[in-house]
Design a protein. Structure first.
Lengths: 585, 440
């Protein structure tokens, strides 16, 4: 017998429902208005009054309307067929919705019930299995999609029967399991999971250490992110957050990419819809859309569903991680999610924290980032969720609650800077303030020494010291004037400019330069570090500037040329020529 | 608003604040309209039988025994072809003395477009103003505000843009317009003989501020009618969105909401996004483009209103008075159109992106030279040439009174560059230089 209720009060999308039975926090209910049912979530209970946030507009809703409680929290359906889908924050399939406008109360499933999937069993009759263990697999967009023991199953089970390899629909029973007491349960290819709860059906979550190659030099070289790592990109508007995020999502060496467009511009989502089906994954040669899932809750879509959207995206990520895949989750922007929390906390008349955000904002952000990570599954395979969120700080001020809360939770910090963007130095990631904590992990150091070379991290550190030094001498030059400082200062400054222009800056709109594979990054870093270690002979500071400008121009031409092509080699020879003019060997 | 016979009349108001009143009533829908002694009001809160109404005209002189009638519907607009050429107030009632237009009644502030039903914007909107078309090209389906101080001629520039843009309909949403500005728009449109392409919804400074909250939704509901049902290219002008946001803060304040940054409601981002995101390109050719004005206080863009706007819109345009040439120009440094790369060099001549970048870079060299000059340093020959270039560029290209087509703009920019610089100083691809650099 499910609990029912009647509407008692309405303030925008906060509705108070008087209930006739038990309800639980975060339980989903449906409120009837006319012919439509509006989905809502319980966020507070006082006596017999449940305070629910409605995921849709409450226009026309009246006191006395009936509400029906579902008995479960906000859930998503997990099964084969999620890849390439365009979902909203509640996992509705946007392509299946009727009409040009989003209609209130229309809910569509992303999974196709009639599609036949070629199933291949991985478990045998008699096997002992537990939640998230692999029973079989189907092929989804050329990737193996594991059919798992549902995450909600507790304890261990024995496989009583499993269907022979062949074609099945998602709702067909593909295996029967018996629990410890001998009770039989059927398993299909679909399962449900409440989005706000983390899926923890894995053995261990070690510290992540494997480089996740993004092809973006300022990330891979200077501030590397790892498989299962977390990072965030704060930046004022117009500093290139979206361009950087799209670049990472297009190029990262991940099996699955999930883009959560959370409260941002619809045209940016349209750009993904339009471009991803055409663009090719540089690692597999397949279309990018085949590995991508878009969770779009743009800024004009209902605010409460905006909060749900990041959880929906994370839950889908955890589902694919359990299959032993490398998942990259991008959320743009987590500030909009925090604002959705603020709007609701405000309507609940909770005592506000800083900037009227809820007091527990920082804890909510930490808990969410904590769901990412690199894991050992029960069967020994590994899987990962790398999470990168953007933050849109109000007024570009990084001392605001969302940025500060995120800084405590995320391990990589890519600070986009207005001044750098104004000077058209893209990506406008501040080379000095930004950091990656992973570069200090001994596990990472060991891994990268084998993957690239043992002198990699010393070179990166040398480069960073030079950038710092370059900034310091630049300030000195600005104060004392060009001829008020020793010639050496100019040399140091211009060497740091070489690093900036050739390694840190990258043209996201150039076909060649936009993606820089790791071996090419290594080659260029060695070349540039070689230059910064070289001693040069100059008579005056004016010579220094002209000389290095020429050198930077040639190095940039190299960046624009196919790696090791004739053009590339020609420019390299030209570079050697320039170096030999002034170098003291 | 005549009351109909079967409608129930309530006469007992229990609470009155500056913008709201509360009474006991039943069977009332959220967002529903009501009249309070003939003044329009809207339901903003229901708590059991207590209904709180936001009274658009303010509550001055409101009696506790005022007659309250619920209208059983959210605010609506009658949409149809008869809207063309007409002027309305915030409630959609004619203010030009003409008859009430006939049409289908639709609720304003309707649902959002499904993002998968949108098309990527790709059509250039030419305004003739080179500071816009050349450096910050507008695209149909885009949303972009002018960030301007109150003393700048943004309404004039916007009227010019509206008249020159090749669109099927122009919809003006005026919020807190001074009566003079309202008459200015009216005169400009009728003098240009384009009145039948224009629909206006106007709230002047003489009208109550809370009424403004209806203006953008009215304007955009009309826009959606023409874009969705008639497949027309619609340009919506919203001026001034800062006054709209101020009205939001007045209401949220009366509702005892906790203010966030700059005394603005915590929902400011969502409230503004709901309006701006109505800008759209449909696959069948219809589109809604929004050009808005956000007035700044002393050029401060970190204030919550411009800051939230910047995160929502696809770029922003800055106006500035250039004292060297004595003209108002479109500032090439701070202005940005995020969609320009969708059309620049694709719908315009191939050299557009390179010429645009080269000219802005040279203009910034001039700015550096100017700083040097002001600090008392000697200028090099290059500096002198850069300054000469900047003057011509400012006058012939950036000034808002320029009216050229995009090809003429490009040719003009080449000529100005050629007059002051050598080819190798331009840093433009050789192939384009060979083709377009003036020979003599």
């Amino acid at each position: 017998m499910s609990t029912k209720g009647t509407v008692k009060g309405i303030i925008s999308n906060l509705v108070i429902v008087t209930v006739d039975g038990p309800v639980s926090q975060n339980e989903i209910c449906y409120i009837k208005t006319g012919q439509t049912r509006l989905m809502a979530e319980v966020i507070k209970v006082i006596g017999a009054d449940a305070y629910v946030q409605v995921f849709e507009s409450t226009r026309g809703l009246k006191v006395g309307s009936e509400a029906e409680f579902s008995g479960h929290m906000l859930e998503v359906a997990l099964g084969p067929g999620l890849l390439s889908r365009n979902l909203d924050g509640l996992e509705n399939d946007l392509d299946k919705m009727q009409g040009v406008f989003l209609r209130r109360g229309e809910y569509t499933s992303p999974l196709d019930e009639d599609k036949l999937w070629q199933f291949k069993a991985l478990a045998k009759v008699g096997d002992t299995v537990a939640a998230a263990d692999w029973l079989g697999e189907v092929d989804e967009n050329f990737q193996p999609h594991k059919i798992m023991v549902p995450f909600v199953f507790e304890g261990s089970y024995t496989v009583k029967s499993i269907v022979p390899d062949g074609e099945y629909r998602i709702n067909d029973t593909i295996a029967v399991l018996t629990d410890a007491s001998g009770k039989e349960v059927g398993v299909t290819m679909v399962q449900h999971w409440p989005v706000k709860r983390a899926i923890t059906a894995y053995r261990e979550k070690p510290r992540p250490f494997r480089l996740l190659e993004t092809g973006v030099r300022i990330i891979d070289i200077a501030n590397p992110i790892v498989e299962g790592g977390t990072g965030f990109i704060p930046g004022p508007f117009g500093t290139g957050k979206t361009v950087l995020q799209h670049a990472i999502s297009k190029q990262a060496e991940a099996d699955i990419v999930i883009m959560a467009a959370c409260g941002e511009r619809a045209n940016e989502v349209v750009e993904i819809f339009t471009e991803f089906p055409e663009l090719v994954d540089p690692h597999t040669g397949r279309k990018l859309m085949e590995r991508t899932i878009i969770v779009a809750n743009t800024s004009n879509m209902p605010v409460a569903a905006r909060e749900a959207s990041v959880y929906t995206a994370m839950t889908i990520a955890e589902y694919y991680r359990s299959m032993g895949l490398k998942v990259l989750l991008m959320a743009d922007s987590t500030s909009r999610w925090a604002q959705a929390l603020r709007e609701m906390s405000n309507r609940l008349e909770e005592l506000p924290g800083q900037d009227a955000f809820p007091m527990d904002l920082s804890a909510i952000i930490s808990a969410f980032y904590g769901r990412a990570g690199y894991v050992f599954l029960n069967n020994g395979h590994t899987g990962s969720i790398t999470f990168i969120g953007t933050v849109s700080p109000a007024g570009g001020n990084l001392k605001e609650p969302v940025t500060e809360g995120t800084k405590k939770a995320a391990r990589c910090f890519y600070a986009l800077e207005q001044a750098r963007a104004d000077r058209k130095r893209y990506p406008a990631v501040n080379p000095i303030d930004s950091y990656s904590k992973y570069i200090e992990y001994p596990e990472f150091e060991e891994y990268i020494s084998k993957l690239i070379s043992p002198d990699w991290i010393p070179m990166v550190n040398e480069m960073k010291t030079l950038m710092q030094r370059g900034k310091e001498v630049q300030e000195q030059i600005n104060i004392l004037g060009d001829d008020g400082v020793p010639l050496d200062y100019h040399l140091t400054f211009w060497k740091s400019e070489v690093v900036d222009f050739v390694i840190l800056q990258q043209d996201a709109f150039d076909k060649v330069d936009s993606v820089c594979p790791i071996e090419r990054q290594q080659y260029m870093l060695q070349l540039v570090i070689g230059i910064t270690r070289t001693q040069f002979k100059f008579d005056s500071f004016t010579e220094v500037m002209d000389y290095f400008k020429r050198m930077i121009n040639i190095l940039r031409q190299m960046n624009y040329s196919e790696f090791q092509s004739d053009d590339f080699k020609r420019f390299e020879q030209e570079l050697e020529q320039i170096i030999s003019e002034r170098a003291i060997r | 608003m005549a009351t109909k016979a079967f409608q129930k009349i309530y006469t007992k108001i229990t609470q009155i604040t500056k913008a709201t009143c509360t009474l006991k009533a039943t069977n009332v829908g959220y967002d529903e309209l009501a009249t309070v002694d003939g003044k329009l009001a809207q339901v903003v809160k229901i708590m059991g039988e207590d209904i709180t109404l936001q009274v658009f005209g303010g509550t001055e002189g409101l009696r506790t025994n005022a007659e309250v009638v619920f209208l059983g519907k959210a605010p609506t607009l009658r949409v149809g072809d008869q809207l063309s050429g007409r002027f309305f107030n915030a409630f959609g009632d004619p203010i030009d003395g003409g008859p009430v237009p006939e049409g289908r009644e639709v609720e304003i502030g309707g649902p959002s477009v499904n993002p998968v039903r949108r098309k990527q914007p790709s059509e250039l909107i030419a305004t003739g103003i080179a500071g816009i078309d050349l450096n910050n090209t507008l695209v149909s389906g885009q949303k972009i505000p002018f960030f301007a101080d109150p003393d700048q001629p943004y309404n004039q520039v916007m009227a010019n843009v509206a008249l020159r843009a090749q669109t099927d309909k122009i919809i003006l949403g005026g919020m807190g317009l001074t009566n003079d500005d309202y008459l200015y728009f009216k005169n400009v449109f009728s003098n240009a003989g384009v009145l039948d392409h224009i629909v206006s919804f106007v709230n002047t400074t003489e009208n109550p501020p809370v009424e403004r909250l209806l203006i953008p939704d009215m304007a955009l509901t009309a826009a959606e009618y023409f874009a969705v049902e008639k497949h027309e290219k619609v340009l919506v002008l919203l001026t001034d969105m800062t006054l709209y946001a101020d009205a939001l803060s007045i209401v949220s304040n009366r509702m005892d909401q906790i203010p966030s940054k700059d005394s603005m409601p915590g929902s400011l981002y969502s409230d503004l996004a709901k309006i701006y995101e109505k800008a759209v390109q449909f696959p069948d050719g219809g589109s809604i483009t929004i050009i808005a004005v956000t007035t700044l206080s002393g050029g401060d863009i970190t204030h919550a209103i411009p800051d939230n706007t910047g995160y929502i819109t696809e770029g922003q345009l800055y106006l500035r008075r250039d004292s060297d040439v004595g003209k108002v120009i479109v500032d090439p440094f701070r202005s940005l159109s995020r969609l320009k790369q969708l059309v620049a060099g694709k719908k315009t001549r191939e050299d557009h992106p390179q010429v645009m970048n080269a000219a802005v870079r040279l203009y910034s060299d001039a700015a550096n030279a100017k700083t040097k000059l002001e600090n008392g340093f000697d200028l090099s020959d290059y500096d002198e040439r850069a300054l000469a270039f900047a003057k011509e560029y400012s006058k012939e290209i950036l000034a808002v009174d320029v009216n050229l087509d995009t090809t003429e703009m490009l040719d003009m920019t080449w000529r100005i560059m050629a007059r002051n610089f050598r080819v190798e100083e331009l840093n433009i691809k050789q192939q384009l230089v060979d083709k377009y650099f003036p020979k003599n």
